[in-house]
Design a protein around this ligand. Structure first.
Ligand SMILES: C[S@@+](CC[C@H](N)C(=O)[O-])C[C@H]1O[C@@H](n2cnc3c(N)ncnc32)[C@H](O)[C@@H]1O
Length: 350
């Protein structure tokens, strides 16, 4: 078996189809949202000068430092873009706007995804930014969109929305969870926190300390906590979520320290009074509760004695036992048809 065949065997069906549809690779290739570094590796092996942008920190880890772009899609004009499509239409729109603003009309874009996540609306979104858009035939439940003739149209993302229910203005990129809307689970979590934990807006004597919003998305929870006087840090594994949370904090005139981090990585032991999270239930497109279970396991260490973890999750997820085992006494503070809001207390030091 030759090296080329070996390399292609490590590619998933989407990446393999993207490379086949791209044909011979040109000198300058931009890879966007590579999964596991496979496309970057293939393009480097083909002799191209490659730059790679990944939104997810876990994907960045698979890209050799020489290929990493630190700012998304800037200052370097590729001849070909290999772009792993996001699942959401808003994500396709946002990336298409950014790509069209930074590539030449001659640049070819080869965008791949799983057929079940692709809709004709994505072609239309690309068609607003590129003269020619066409779709490949499907193969192994995957499909590719070809686009060329960049003609940057109006840039809409990131978009702002005022959320009167929680008194926060959210600004979000198109790839961010729920973009700038208020998730029902997040709403239930904030309503319950305000009612139960003592809301400094209502009760000026309520305790405020160090708060951490894990998986901050557009930053609604972080901005809400900061607005109430908590010294707030927010973390997310997505670079666009980090950027959105910074914009949301600024739009609400509050100070939030925002870190691009995988769950509690970089959070010191006994350093947090209040950990709040509407945690992820996916890795990429696949449902997976293991990152959240890992976060709950570590939460007992980063919370100060007497600290609290507040978390909202879909009722069928297996978190209550883990909260009791790894954090402490756990109560259900609110529940509706879909969600549970749980509060876990780390025992105070005696
Ligand atoms: C359910 S969304 C909640 C977003 C936001 N807090 C809200 O309430 O609208 C979960 C968030 O967790 C982020 N996330 C996923 N995996 C993560 C990880 N390993 N570490 C940190 N954040 C992660 C996602 O990017 C997403 O923004």
């Amino acid at each position: 078996m030759d090296a080329d065949t070996m390399a292609r065997m490590t590619l998933d069906p989407v990446a393999a189809l993207m490379l086949d549809e791209a044909g011979p690779l040109p000198d300058r290739v931009l890879v966007v949202d590579d999964v596991g570094g496979a496309l970057t590796r293939a393009a480097v092996d083909a002799g191209s000068d490659v730059r790679t942008w990944c939104d997810d920190l876990r994907d960045v880890a698979h890209v050799p430092p020489a290929q990493r772009l630190v700012a998304p899609l800037t200052d370097w004009t590729p001849q070909l873009v290999l772009w792993r499509l996001p699942k959401s239409l808003s994500g396709v729109e946002d990336y298409a706007e950014q790509l069209a603003a930074h590539v030449d009309p001659a640049t070819r874009v080869v965008a791949g995804g799983r057929t079940k996540h692709m809709t004709p609306n994505q072609n239309a979104a690309l068609g607003r930014q590129f003269e020619q858009v066409s779709a490949s035939l499907g193969r192994q439940k995957s499909r590719v969109l070809h686009a060329t003739g960049a003609r940057p149209a109006a840039v809409r993302w990131p978009l702002r929305r005022h959320l009167p229910e929680v008194g926060i203005t959210a600004i979000a990129h198109g790839t961010v969870f729920n973009t700038n809307r208020l998730d029902d689970g997040t709403h239930l979590l904030l309503r319950t926190l305000a009612r139960t934990a003592g809301d400094p807006v209502v009760d000026p004597r309520a305790f405020r300390g160090v708060a951490l919003d894990v998986g901050c998305g557009s930053g609604i929870i972080a901005a809400w906590l900061a607005q109430r006087g908590w010294e707030t840090t927010a973390t997310d594994v997505s670079a666009f979520a980090v950027a959105s949370t910074r914009l949301t904090a600024r739009a609400n005139n509050v100070s939030v320290r925002v870190r691009h981090a995988d769950m509690l990585a970089g959070t010191g032991p006994d350093s947090v009074d209040l950990l709040v999270s509407n945690p992820p239930f996916h890795i990429g497109a696949a449902k997976d509760s293991s990152p959240t279970l890992a976060m709950i396991r570590e939460a007992g260490q980063v919370l100060r004695p007497g600290g609290e973890l507040w978390i909202v999750f879909n009722g069928h997820l297996p978190y209550l036992g883990a909260l009791r085992r790894h954090v402490g006494n756990t109560t259900i503070e609110a529940q509706d048809r879909h969600y549970i809001v749980a509060r876990a207390l780390k025992a105070p030091q005696l």
